[in-house]
Design a protein around this ligand. Structure first.
Ligand SMILES: *Cc1c(COP(=O)(O)O)cnc(C)c1O
Length: 419
């Protein structure tokens, strides 16, 4: 069984907690950097290769800045995410807008920033043309329908709301070419949290064949292919990370066999991965409030769904370490809960753990993507701080915790007195 390691000791955490009360997410800068470098190194054969970090996974400007220094772009899907890119000074083809059901003002900001716009639907060609004017470069999102299986989180491509059909996308390139668009990209994303590396190789093959077909039918030469996100991470002990060297070698083989042969190289390969970049390197640090014994045994934490939705939302597994008890026998069965008035506010159900006591520090693993960012304020629960464990061992607060004043900031209590 593969170990689930931690980048800090119990003593280190205790000293961090003296200045930063639990709960908080803490990210491991060194590991993020190493991972980012390896990700890019795997594709060094491809001139122009770029990973656009899916900012929704962890929309923190400090994390984005670290990744940007490694050459990453940013993948945005909302006005706030574009605004985040803008506020850290990003522009041009550093930014990709992959949105759906998109309002005109989002297209406008993307265009103003010079971002690459990735259209989700054929009707958006006219919509962008009329509302903001078509930019020189356009990407379109392909939904392969029954040609691809899909997986549990994202569902079957035929049922998924995203993208153009095959006929539509070919028609789309023709329309865009006729309207004077000069540079073209293609995008697809048909899986989420997929651990099978061959899956991404097959997706590349599918895209490359379509690129040839588009060229034959419309004369449009596509310049980049965005393979989307969806690369899984080993949440469970024993699972293996996706071998990006394997993916890269497989993609290169299809690149040579299909694109080079058809005279359609060079093509730049893009990804817009979130989870695989930061997911394993974030940790939710919490303390145990109460142990409750009724029909089951509950360990109640000071964190709740606000801090991490995935277990309650998808039944997702997140590994749990009780600090200082790593070597104790896991011989007690717990439901590990938060404090929401929602019975599904549980981080784990029937999890075997060492015996837990109030005030124990409990670390929930793999919260570096789709963790803090997904949280909501139901029950008036506040979102936590985010900390960064720097390469040199220092700890920086990269987002403060919400306060009750933040929570009430949109209400007018003076108004209610005269109401
Ligand atoms: C969510 C999303 C991503 C990132 O997904 P990960 O699972 O974090 O890799 C990338 N692109 C699009 C369009 C998305 O919706």
């Amino acid at each position: 069984m593969a170990e689930k390691n931690l980048p800090f000791s119990k003593e280190q955490l205790e000293s961090i907690i003296e200045n930063h009360p639990t709960p908080f997410h803490i990210y491991d800068e060194k590991a993020i950097l190493e991972n980012a470098r390896n990700f890019q190194k795997a594709f060094s054969w491809n001139d122009g290769f770029k990973e656009y970090y899916a900012i929704k996974a962890a929309p923190n400007p400090y994390l984005m800045k670290i990744l940007r220094e490694e050459g990453f772009g940013i993948d945005c899907s909302s006005i706030a995410e574009l605004e985040l890119a803008k506020r850290i000074g990003m522009s041009g083809d550093e930014i990709m807008l992959t949105s759906n059901d998109t309002p005109a003002y989002e297209f406008q900001l993307a265009k103003d920033l010079g971002a690459i716009i990735n259209l989700d639907d054929i009707s958006h060609i006219d919509f962008v043309d009329k509302n903001v004017g078509l930019p020189d470069t356009i990407c379109m999102r392909y939904n392969p329908g029954s040609l691809k299986e899909g997986n549990v989180i994202i569902g079957h491509p035929e049922e998924a709301k995203y993208g153009f059909t095959r006929e539509q996308i070919i028609e789309g390139y023709q329309i865009l070419k006729d309207k004077g668009v000069k540079h073209f990209g293609i995008h697809t994303m048909v899986a989420s949290n997929e651990l099978e590396p061959a899956y991404f190789v097959e997706t590349a093959e599918l895209l490359f064949n379509l690129i040839v077909e588009v060229y034959e039918k419309t004369g449009v030469k596509i310049e980049f292919a965005n393979m989307g996100g969806g690369i899984g991470i080993p949440y469970k002990p024993g699972e293996k990370p996706v071998d990006m060297e394997f993916v890269s070698a497989g993609v290169k083989k299809h690149y040579d066999d299909i694109l080079v042969k058809a005279g359609l190289a060079p093509l730049k390969i893009f990804f817009e991965s979130g989870r695989a970049i930061t997911g394993p390197y974030g940790y939710l640090v919490t303390k145990v409030r109460h142990i409750k014994k009724t029909y089951k045994t509950y360990a109640g934490l000071d964190a709740c769904m606000t801090n991490l939705m995935r277990p309650a939302l998808y039944g997702a597994y997140h590994h749990i370490t009780v600090m200082g008890k790593e070597n104790d026998e896991a011989n007690v069965k717990y439901d590990v809960t938060g404090s929401l008035c929602e019975n599904n506010d549980k981080f784990a159900i029937d999890r075997m753990l060492p015996e837990i006591d109030p005030d124990d520090i409990v670390v929930i693993h793999d919260t570096g993507a789709h963790g803090h960012s997904m949280g909501f304020n139901y029950n008036g629960k506040l979102k936590s701080a985010e900390l960064l464990l720097r390469e040199n061992g220092d700890v920086a607060e990269i987002r403060r915790a919400e306060t009750i004043e933040d929570y009430f900031a949109t209400l007018d209590f003076d108004g209610v007195k005269d109401f």
